[in-house]
Design a protein. Structure first.
Length: 212
């Protein structure tokens, strides 16, 4: 019998099937056996293409991030503030699109190879525009923390009023007014938070420049 021209198992399709399972049934459901069944093959055959399940899950990480163009190089016309804003927003978008995969995308797990290269691009952009070396990682870390916390604390994207029910006898009038006045769109709230973070770091840099 002649060999098939195309491999019976496509690596990209394996990763996509794993993500489909995670999106539908949760991270714990994405076993080797389940992924194989999704593809109509014996799960053990996946080991001919991936070293282990973790290798498949790493492929899922890359797929989710690349869907939102996280890790793309900065455009020549972008400032570091614009690049950081774009990449941070993309990271949050990835988390919101695939909330069940969020544990795979925690900043502490986004290591090698892709995310180190991505972070290196951000670091290079900041350093290239004169950000002091001692502030480069704190800036990156603060942006990642904001995006990850924003997505995990409000995965359903509820408004402030929906998230924080205040009763008349709670006795918190200032908070009640603040919640009522808050933008209804969680994306607008996040954009404001990210703008404040970026402008805050810019102010820190300007202050340091004046002092020196």
């Amino acid at each position: 019998m002649a060999r098939p021209r195309q491999p019976l198992i496509d690596r990209q399709r394996v990763v996509e099937a794993a993500l489909e399972i995670i999106d539908r049934d949760g991270l714990e459901a994405a076993s080797i056996r389940r992924i194989g069944a999704e593809l109509g093959v014996d799960g053990t055959s996946l080991y001919h293409h991936f070293a282990d399940k973790e290798a498949i899950l790493h492929g899922v990480r890359l797929l989710v991030l690349q869907e939102s163009h996280v890790g793309e190089p900065p455009a020549a016309s972008e400032s570091w503030q614009q690049y950081l804003t774009r990449t941070t927003t993309g990271y949050r978008t990835s988390l919101l699109r695939h909330p069940n995969a969020a544990p795979l995308l925690a900043p502490t797990l986004l290591l090698r190879p892709f995310s180190l290269v991505f972070r290196d691009r951000v670091a290079s952009k900041l350093a290239g525009e004169g950000v002091p070396a001692q502030l480069v990682f704190p800036i990156i870390d603060s942006a990642e923390t904001l995006a990850y916390a924003s997505a995990l604390l409000n995965p359903a994207q509820k408004s402030a009023r929906e998230r924080m029910t205040i009763l008349p006898d709670d006795g918190v009038p200032a908070l009640e007014r603040a919640v009522a006045a808050s933008p209804r769109s969680p994306s607008v709230v996040f954009d404001l938070q990210l703008q404040a973070l970026v402008e805050g770091w810019s102010a820190v840099l300007q202050h340091q420049a004046v002092r020196t």
